[in-house]
Design a protein around this ligand. Structure first.
Ligand SMILES: C[S@@+](CC[C@H](N)C(=O)[O-])C[C@H]1O[C@@H](n2cnc3c(N)ncnc32)[C@H](O)[C@@H]1O
Length: 269
């Protein structure tokens, strides 16, 4: 299946805020309730220990991503050695306020917009992007990796999608899942109910964007090709790059990931 850039409704400036937030809120709800990203935990923990960081800088954090599920499962967080900072080019302040309140002191927010391709100097930490990298065309995607390398920071890209027919099939079920999940989601606004049950724009948009996200997802080989030569071009020492699929239990599909970690001086590839 060839990668296609296409477009997602979520990226369109004309999309009403209630529908956009309806999409990201559902993604966040599904990711945390289903423990969607747990398969990446061992690699994330290894990456934290290798990089020796005290902070994760989550880029493109949307409504807060997977952290309410992942943070308490990370030993460095439980031991008080690691905090998670949410950032986005378009900060969703309402959702972040909820994440902060529920975070038990583990979550911090970067209130100003942060462009993943040009992270402000001094905003250090292991960079993470959950289900956001596929939005970027190859030149932009490479710019995100290059910015991390230029700053000497580790980076972990995770996608809940994969270009696989089974994932496309699953996306057909998402309208039904949105209809079933909405009564359990908080806050339950009138706008969310209207755009879900009266005019089902949120269920259909989740399905449409799900299909497009699947078709846009970079394969592990494409991710490695995007990273190729970045550390040499920039003369910033060496990075160890690793990409693959972390399977969802016994299923033939899983999380697509790319990890780039600076190696300690003197270590070989
Ligand atoms: C799919 S959503 C968020 C996914 C979120 N990480 C999650 O797991 O639910 C993608 C996010 O990328 C943000 N975004 C788009 N372009 C960006 C850029 N250049 N830099 C930083 N964030 C960006 C959008 O505002 C949006 O919140």
């Amino acid at each position: 299946m060839k990668r296609r850039q296409l477009f997602e409704l979520e990226d369109q400036p004309w999309l009403p805020g209630a529908i956009r937030n309806g999409i990201t809120d559902f993604l966040q709800f599904a990711a945390t309730r289903a423990g969607l990203y747990r398969a990446i935990l061992p690699r994330l923990e290894r990456c934290i220990e290798t990089a020796g960081v005290a902070r994760i800088l989550d880029l493109c954090a949307g409504a807060g991503g997977p952290w309410s599920d992942l943070a308490p499962r990370l030993a460095p967080v439980r031991e008080g050695r690691l905090r998670i900072c949410l950032s986005d080019r378009y900060p969703n302040r309402a959702a972040w306020a909820r994440a902060l309140a529920a975070g038990g002191g583990r979550i911090e927010l970067h209130p100003d917009p942060v462009d993943a391709m040009a992270v402000p100097e001094g905003l250090d930490g292991l960079r993470t992007l959950f289900s956001a990298f596929h939005h970027f065309a190859p030149a932009e995607a490479r710019a995100i990796l290059a910015d991390a390398v230029r700053a000497g920071q580790g980076i972990l890209i995770v996608e809940s999608t994969q270009r696989h027919p089974l994932v496309l099939l699953y996306m057909c079920l998402t309208p039904l899942l949105v209809l079933l999940a909405t009564p359990l989601m908080r806050p339950l606004s009138l706008a969310r109910l209207f755009w879900t049950y009266v005019v089902p724009a949120i269920p259909l948009a989740v399905c449409f964007d799900g299909w497009v996200s699947t078709l846009r997802t970079y394969s592990p080989e494409e991710l490695l090709a995007l990273a190729e030569g970045l550390d040499e071009d920039l003369g910033e020492g060496r990075y160890r790059w690793e990409a693959g699929i972390a399977p969802f239990g016994p299923l033939p599909v899983g999380l697509t990931y790319l990890i780039g970690c600076p190696e300690p001086m003197g270590a070989g590839h």
